[in-house]
Design a protein around this ligand. Structure first.
Ligand SMILES: *[C@@H]1O[C@H](CO)[C@@H](O)[C@H](O)[C@H]1NC(C)=O
Ligand SMILES: *[C@@H]1O[C@H](CO)[C@@H](O)[C@H](O)[C@H]1NC(C)=O
Length: 450
């Protein structure tokens, strides 16, 4: 799957007008030492590539990725962006920041109740918005109250995604506001029969706030809507005699909230069809120039780690074996905070000082894209993102925007001044590493002193 994508990646890079091509990674081909971390999208880099989503089974060594902060039971009200940091700023300190963002989140104030919530916005020319938790969950109950975006080609997602790509999904297609698609994946392997469409009670998912929960234990997975169980999956049902293990999500996962453009004409045809067609950028469902999904709350109740877990500490989850199964994740005290985006798990580095020499080389430090969620039961998706050539995304404006600017641009060229080869690569998704139309954008930032 990964290899088949390469030619398309090159074509997309040409489309984006950049000559940079970073190393790719897979289970068979790990990242090189100088860019040791394999991002969620199969690209090697440093900095943000080594944080959330860094795949330890494809990276240079088990120490390359920064181990994931352990589960934290909490209720996040999502009524301000103080707890959100853009991916090009976050250096791994989960004790001070709970959400990492890509794209343009904005605060919305309900005019009648005054209640605030977070909008994930998607303006034309962007790949939408993604919020990912900085803490991982290794079994727990995770709930969110939300309303979805409407319109063809527009997909809202609330998912759990582990660094080895175990995944549990709720996904809403913008043309069907009566249903939600539930899905799960094990280590990113596409199995077309895992998806199930659930009926949402009462009013439209776009107009009415419902509470969606994923209750995830070692043995059972339950999807509920407004406290009513809609689907269950027993671990036992997932035995795979070819791979000799359960194809059951079993590794620490981040919570992801997203709004993403499955219906871009550059995406695979099947994905566009799954999403109900191409996106209309003059849709009545857009406001202030963007599509939006509204998340009012996320709550997390952590469960105990599996009985057989290797418990050697309290702070982080660390993979110890290339099988990537539940019994190969240890809980340790090896927490790491990067000194800068040039750091890695092996060599976190120090905070750069003014006047540090500028590097002459370019390395990828911030992976882009929006994994959305499982894009469909029946398609592999390869997609290229429509990002504005300068990497900017339109500002959220108008009444729905209260402080969105602090959450920043989708991709920032980090003050490069252009002299060190700052640029963008637009890449297709890795097939279904989620069937997701991964609209992938990798910001290649010059190694200037940050
Ligand atoms: C079993 O695992 C193999 C290898 O990962 C995969 O290709 C196959 O699709 C799985 N089979 C089922 C029925 O899920
Ligand atoms: C997790 O590991 C234990 C052994 O430590 C095993 O019994 C259990 O089946 C594993 N769970 C999955 C989903 O493989």
């Amino acid at each position: 799957m990964v290899r088949g994508i390469l030619s398309a990646a090159l074509a997309a890079a040409a489309f984006a007008g950049t000559a940079f091509a970073g190393a790719k990674c897979s289970k068979d081909s790990h990242c090189p030492q100088e860019s040791p971390c394999c991002s969620l999208y199969g690209d090697c880099g440093v900095g943000a590539f080594c944080l959330g989503g860094c795949d330890p089974l494809m990276s240079h060594s088990f120490d390359s990725c920064v181990p994931g902060p352990v589960c934290q039971s909490a209720t996040y009200t999502l009524d301000s962006l103080d707890d959100v940091q853009t991916i090009d700023k976050y250096l791994g300190d989960a004790s001070s920041i709970n959400w990492q963002s890509q794209g343009m989140p904005a605060i919305y104030t309900d005019p009648s109740s005054g209640q605030k919530s977070t909008l994930l916005t998607m303006a034309q020319g962007t790949v939408g918005t993604l919020l990912a938790s900085t803490h991982y969950v290794w079994y727990g109950k995770i709930c969110s109250k939300l309303t979805t975006a409407q319109g063809q080609g527009v997909v809202t997602a609330f998912i759990l995604m582990s660094d080895v790509k175990d995944e549990i999904d709720f996904e809403w297609i913008g043309i069907d506001t009566q249903h939600v698609q539930s899905n799960y994946y094990s280590q990113g392997v596409t199995v077309y029969t895992n998806g199930e469409k659930l009926t949402v009670p009462d009013k439209s998912t776009a107009e009415e706030m419902h509470e969606y929960c994923i209750d995830w234990t070692e043995d059972k997975l339950t999807w509920t809507i407004n406290d009513v169980t809609q689907r269950t999956l027993d671990r036992k049902e997932t035995w795979n005699s070819t791979s000799n293990r359960y194809d059951y999500p079993q590794t620490p996962a981040r919570i992801m909230l997203s709004l993403w453009p499955a219906g871009l004409p550059t995406n695979a045809k099947g994905t566009v069809e799954w999403a109900g067609g191409e996106i209309d950028w003059n849709s009545p469902y857009m406001q202030n120039g963007y599509y939006y999904a509204r998340f009012q709350e996320v709550s997390v109740t952590c469960y105990d780690p599996p009985s057989g877990a290797q418990i050697k500490g309290k702070k982080v989850y660390k993979y110890t074996d290339e099988s990537g199964t539940n019994n190969t994740v240890a809980i340790t005290d090896n927490d790491v905070i990067l000194g800068s985006l040039m750091g890695t798990g092996e060599n976190p580095g120090e905070k750069p000082k003014d006047g540090d020499a500028k590097a002459t080389q370019s390395l990828a430090m911030v992976p882009g894209g929006n994994p959305g969620g499982g894009a469909g039961d029946h398609q592999l998706a390869t997609s290229a993102a429509a990002v504005q050539p300068d990497g900017s995304s339109p500002q959220a404006t108008g009444s729905a925007n209260d402080g969105g600017a602090s959450a920043g641009q989708f991709i920032q060229n980090s003050g490069g001044g252009g002299s060190t080869g700052a640029g963008l690569i637009v890449q297709p998704g890795l097939g279904r590493m989620g069937g997701s139309a991964l609209a992938i954008v990798v910001a290649i930032m010059g190694l200037i002193a940050l």
